[in-house]
Design a protein. Structure first.
Length: 359
């Protein structure tokens, strides 16, 4: 009578181990052949790990990959495919998987060639830097206020969005938005270290180091200022409303503000929060997008030094931090740096391919 139970145990063992690599409460989502193709239809940069549950390298990589997902989601979704599952073997073969783990980045979903992760340093930091620097985007760098005005004139036929930012690097969130809305909205960034450019443009009365998002409606050289929370999902929702024509660009009259409520002061030490799930741009019914107004307060996209400290702390928290951060719906951004690249050696044994790290 024990034989059926033994057979049943071994039959379920692969799926149980696969689930253990990336449990349901992590930000790494398991894909099958159908959900993989759906994910590739989105105009988003994504990272996919092709794994096998028996692979020791995969087991050691999984916690680091999950930690990277905390920092990258939802700007760059991270997925995994169990190539040991019979239903996924054809997909893995189509993707050229010959060893495990094989990690690939898809810059614009299925619209462009995948980029392979060729480093043996499978750490959360390495995954973060690699994904960040491989996001394609059309964000234009503008050095002066004159450049900004000229750029607006050149893109007068469609919506334009510019980020006034004190930092040197383009924030990950702005790169990802520039990639997602590449064909619908013109994107730019201007380094405004002291806030003087914002004053010259008329976005502020007094200079400050806060980041600002200015949006120019099509056919207009007058900007309106986005006054919502500077989180990926909220800004994305507002840009969705620009694309579908439902954005509120009306500026409220001063007489309407009879009893103004005190606005919350921006926390300059708070890290840029990113929420855990992204609303698809094709969604028909949406919550009302935040209106854009000329002089409203908005949450700061932090300066690089603070981002580095807080992001390193979050990356090092481990699997326990992932549950907490997911509950908060916030993740952290790191400035992009170069990651040393090593060569991965694939060893084929019988019908299974395994990967051996260089020592």
């Amino acid at each position: 009578m024990r034989l059926p139970w033994v057979v049943l145990t071994f039959a379920f063992a692969p799926s149980m181990v696969s689930a253990a690599l990336f449990p349901a409460d992590t930000k790494v989502k398991m894909l099958d052949a159908n959900s993989f193709r759906k994910a590739m239809k989105q105009n988003m940069t994504s990272v996919v790990a092709f794994v096998a549950p028996w692979c020791g390298h995969c087991q050691r990589m999984a916690p680091e990959f999950s930690k990277a997902a905390v920092a990258l989601t939802p700007m760059v979704p991270l997925y995994a495919v169990d190539c040991d599952d019979e239903a996924n073997k054809r997909l893995c073969a189509e993707q050229g998987v010959q060893g495990f783990p094989t990690v690939k980045l898809f810059p614009r979903g299925g619209q462009s060639r995948a980029v392979s992760f060729d480093s043996n340093e499978r750490t959360s930091k390495a995954f973060f830097y690699w994904a960040s620097k491989n996001i394609p985007h059309a964000v234009r760098r503008l050095d002066t206020v004159t450049n900004i005005n000229d750029w607006v004139e050149d893109n007068i036929t469609k919506p334009s969005a510019i980020l006034l930012h004190p930092g040197k690097e383009i924030p990950l969130m702005w790169k990802s938005l520039g990639n997602k809305y590449k064909d619908a909205i013109s994107f730019a960034i201007h380094r405004d270290k002291t806030g003087k450019s914002a004053v010259k443009l008329g976005a502020e009365d007094h200079a400050s180091k806060a980041s600002r998002i200015l949006v120019y409606p099509p056919g207009s050289t007058e900007f309106v200022r986005y006054d919502g929370t500077q989180k990926f999902q909220q800004v994305s929702k507002f840009f969705d409303s620009i694309v579908d024509g439902t954005a509120d660009f009306m500026v409220p009259k001063e007489t309407e503000a009879e009893e103004p409520t005190p606005e919350a002061q921006p926390d300059h030490n708070d890290q840029v929060p990113f929420e855990a799930a992204q609303a698809p741009s094709s969604q028909v019914e949406r919550e009302p997008a935040p209106a854009a107004t000329p002089a409203a307060e908005s949450t700061l996209l932090n300066e690089p030094a603070t981002e580095m400290e807080r992001a390193k702390s979050k990356i090092s928290e481990g699997a326990k931090s992932e549950t907490t951060e997911r509950a908060k719906g916030e993740t952290t951004e790191l400035p992009v740096e170069e990651t040393p690249i090593a060569i991965e050696e694939t060893v084929t044994t019988g019908n299974q391919s395994r990967v051996k790290d260089e020592l």
